[in-house]
Design a protein around this ligand. Sequence first.
Ligand code: HEM
Length: 510
Amino acid sequence: MKAPLTRDEVARHTSEDDLWVIVDHKIYDLSDFVEAHPGGSVVLTQVAGQDATTAFYNLHRHEVLQQYASLCLGAVDGEKSEVIDPQPGDLSKVPYAEPLWLAPQFKSPYYSESHRKLQKAIRVFVEEHITPEAMQKEKDGTFISQELIDKMAETNILAMRLGPGKHLHGRKLLGVMDGKDFDYFHDLVMGQELTRHNQRGFQDGNMAGMTISLTAVQQWCNDEALKQRITEEVLSGKKKMSLAVTEAFAGSDVAGIRTTAELSEDGQHWLINGTKKWITNGMFSDYFVTGCKTKKGFSVILVPRTEDVETKLIKTSYSTAAATTYIEFNNVKVPRNHLLGEEDKGFTVIMSNFNHERWMMACAVIRWSRTVLEECLKWSHQRIVFGKPLITQPVIRQKIARMISLVESNQAWLEQITHQMNHMTYHQQSTLLSGPIALLKTFATRSAHEIADDATNIFGGRGLTQSGMGRVVEMFARTYKFDAILGGAEEVLADLGVRQAMKYMPKAML
Ligand code: HEM
């Protein structure tokens, strides 16, 4: 019979080729791992035969133990593990790590049982199917796999990403709800949960282009058969698409773009010439919703990839998994019915399309900020400095207080705007909510700026390191600017928000 795994037994395994330690009441046989340990062998021999729980959590993320579970011999006789081992779909027990509506003790007027069911289902999906691929792609910079796209098409995740609408009717969403019941709070849940793999480049690589361009086809395509075909191709994952507005010549100042669209002599085709820059997912797109200069203004045209479309990868500060692209249109011939909205009236198309994009970006960056807050709460309880946990330092508590206030106020404003979206038509949203959404996104990314700064200081060197304890904070601090710039830069959006308010000021003297 095997000897019971007691602490005395552990204390007998203290040599480099026979080395056991205890972490969280479990015994690990590190004999074959000592040489491979990324932290070196010396530190392990120093704790051989001992309880190394405090030392371990001072230096490692809990997930390390899950990755190396095969080294575990079992629990110490009569003892029970104290650390929470998260299972797919679990809610975090860390205060403020989940939005209040998910904390059992709190109530919210906005969410019902179907939001909870969807939240649970998408969290499991993200943890099981998206996170492993996201981590790999963020590192190697390659694009999303067709296998994952197919899974997201089958479960209707792709379709949900366009927001509520007729395209969801008749679809079963992640097996838990009917598409016709999907509202903007379900949309918010999806937008927030889909960031939880914490890989910012991959987050955009995961069909972000589709979410901001197929919406324009849905709302503005004048040819019903064309609209149905494109929607079917893209939502089934067979074809990919992106929004091609920004150029080297013009970013937020859309009026300055130089790509031209001219009608052919027989009037049957558009001929597109020009370039586009920083186009998310462009490398693997089959269609480009493209902003063009036309005779008397600006128009939006759906351009299919042909041999006259050239795409080159741009390296940015997040992973090339996002497929950020430079595009050249060289006399590309596009059928006339591919015009979206009216000729020369493309501003209306682009501006109303921007609302959902900016709102989605706010959902995502607010959720990311919350994850960083959770990381800071965990780390400051776990990290021992000057002989005490970091959280015992008042200066750290001040930083965390500010983070909590920013995250919670952003989420509350987001939910209030989402509630309005649920009660407005697309047209009402365009006129009444473009200002509030622009201001919300600006406030969310300014908050992210402060949160990234404080979180990096809390994590110290680890906040600057791409692996290990601080990897989530390092990624956030390096990439939150994508949310501050894409979809409209902070300054432009802040200005838009105030100009919208000016429009509605009473004419009379006040
Ligand atoms: C089950 C036991 C252990 C496993 C599986 C393990 C695994 C790892 C891994 C994967 C890393 C790379 C960094 C990361 O991903 O977090 C690492 C780093 C490190 N480990 Fe361990 N480790 C164990 C126990 C220990 C113990 C008991 C100590 C110290 C007493 C220790 C000290 C270190 C140090 C100093 C680093 C470098 C950390 C840094 O650069 O911040 N390890 N370990």
